[in-house]
Design a protein around this ligand. Structure first.
Ligand SMILES: [Zn+2]
Length: 279
């Protein structure tokens, strides 16, 4: 485990917000950001991701089906602004999103830290997927029209460095699309009801962005025209849980009923898009 200061503002003062076994989420007293501290070391993290993705053929198909509506909405949102071009998907998993974008006429490439995921995607779709985390990739400046990352940023030890790098490799006028869980509001409700849960999906999720902290982070590295789509379009299932910080699929249903249908867990996920300033 390693101890860190706030990944967004470098503040050193933080208050414990949630504990689960030995895992602890803290809230930065300076900027309010929620992050895991201490957290697993880089070596431990990379090791755990080799077995993170769904493994069996059936599971992979189920995952693809579950994510299909998310990917389609993401694609539609992108094409509203940029109809076609060169796209990089970071943490692409089995490459389903890239396959979709390829059929829509995009030139695509992926990054995937899990060897299994990268090989699968290359073999099944014939898409170039580099088997490495983004830190080890080196793309030229302004290489892409669009960079996407679905359920990735909450796993990154240095989200600001990632956003800064994306800003560098996106062309002026280009776009970043991020999809991420926003767990804390739901978490607070459940804790208030004294319901145990593992919504933060520890130790995998290193932080919990809100639209506000996400906007602040994106502005900090130079992005503009930031827009967040609130409300989700994922199907709740146990597999969705693994990817969006909700590990109990039936929790979604339970909460839905407890709240008289007012709270729907899929709504915890957010999509944010941002643009690099045109020159
Ligand atoms: Zn902070």
């Amino acid at each position: 485990m390693e101890w860190i200061s706030c990944p967004l503002c470098s503040g050193k003062e933080a208050k414990r917000s949630h504990q689960e076994g030995t895992y602890i989420m803290v809230r930065c007293l300076q900027c309010g950001f929620l992050y895991q501290n201490p957290r697993p070391s880089e070596k431990e993290r990379l090791k755990s991701y080799q077995h993170y993705l769904p493994q069996g053929a059936d599971e992979i198909e189920a995952w693809g089906r579950m994510m299909a509506p998310v990917f389609k909405k993401g694609a539609d949102l992108i094409e509203r602004y940029i109809p076609r071009g060169r796209l990089l998907d970071v943490g692409t998993g089995y490459g389903f999103f890239l396959a979709l974008m390829q059929t829509r006429g995009w030139e695509v490439i992926g990054l995937e830290a899990s060897l299994r995921g990268a090989h699968y995607g290359q073999k099944r779709w014939g898409i170039r997927i580099l088997p490495q985390p983004w830190e080890r990739a080196s793309f030229p400046e302004r290489a892409f029209d669009v960079v996407t990352a679905f359920y990735v940023i909450e796993h990154l030890p240095d989200p600001l460095a990632f956003l800064r790098e994306v800003h560098r490799i996106v062309r002026p006028g280009g776009m970043l699309l991020l999809r991420y869980p926003h767990t804390t509001p739901i978490k607070d409700i459940l804790s208030f009801m004294r319901l145990n849960n593992n919504l933060y999906h520890l130790p995998f999720h290193l932080c919990d962005f809100s639209p506000t902290s996400m906007h602040r982070a994106l502005e900090k590295v130079g992005f503009t025209k930031i827009e967040t789509v609130v409300g989700g379009f994922t199907t709740p299932s146990s597999l969705a849980g693994q990817l969006s910080g909700i590990t109990f699929g039936n929790l979604a249903e339970m909460l839905y009923h407890l709240s008289g249908g007012r709270i729907m867990l899929p709504g915890v996920s957010k999509t944010t898009i941002a643009r690099k300033v045109e020159q």
